[in-house]
Design a protein around this ligand. Sequence first.
Ligand SMILES: [Zn+2]
Length: 274
Amino acid sequence: MELQTNTHYPNNTWRYSILLAVVLGTLAFMMTRQPFGQDLAYHDFADKRTFFGVPNFFDVITNVPYLLVGLAGIRYCPKNYSLSFRPAWFILFIGVAMVGAGSAYYHLNPTNETLVWDRLPMTIGFMGLFVALLSEYVDVRLGRYLLLPALLIGFFSVLYWHWVDDLRLYFWVQGMPLLVVPLLVVLFKPKYSHQAMLLIALVFYVFAKVTEIFDREIFDVSQNFISGHSLKHLLSAFGILAVVSMLKKRTPLQESSTTRSPNSEELSCLKNRA
Ligand SMILES: [Zn+2]
């Protein structure tokens, strides 16, 4: 077993290297682009209909699922501290529930000022998910080290955009986890069942981004039934629902002594023996 553990340590080194290269490489790529600000045309959504006195009714009301799915997620936060970092999951679902309120507030009166309250909770959710998955796939102790810095970077990315109208850092905070999450699933051995649901969540998120781009076209094609942006809210809430469903259904996998990663005690033990 000692030999097996030892031979698997170098394998994990290249996995860590790929993760680090993606995190730092995407940051370097973004920050070497020309600064770009928020296009004010972003606030010009297709569906501006008022119902029951609520302006932009459907873009507002389609935020309710975030609130519901966020609360459901808090209910099913993993309780097994030894295999998962519960605070990060908790932060994810707090963030999602807050998106429900923040995004509804933004869509009542879409401006750069109100958009801050949509984006701040979104970065809380993104950073929570990112750290939760890093903790589970790589090392649960990572969560303790990374959660606070990740949240601060997320907050700073929104404030930096708000102060100097430069979206590069915010785009990195949004985009980088989308690259890292599939890498975690592919490169590392899962500790729980039902991990494919993470990829389902990712597919929902990609569809959500596509419908966001085609806001007006979808509104026209559906004969003013639903806009692409309202659909984006619903699809991304479904994505989070897939994550909640995964947490509810999954069970810890039996660790195989031939393939599992060594923990720090084992590593220091091996070093002492060498
Ligand atoms: Zn929105």
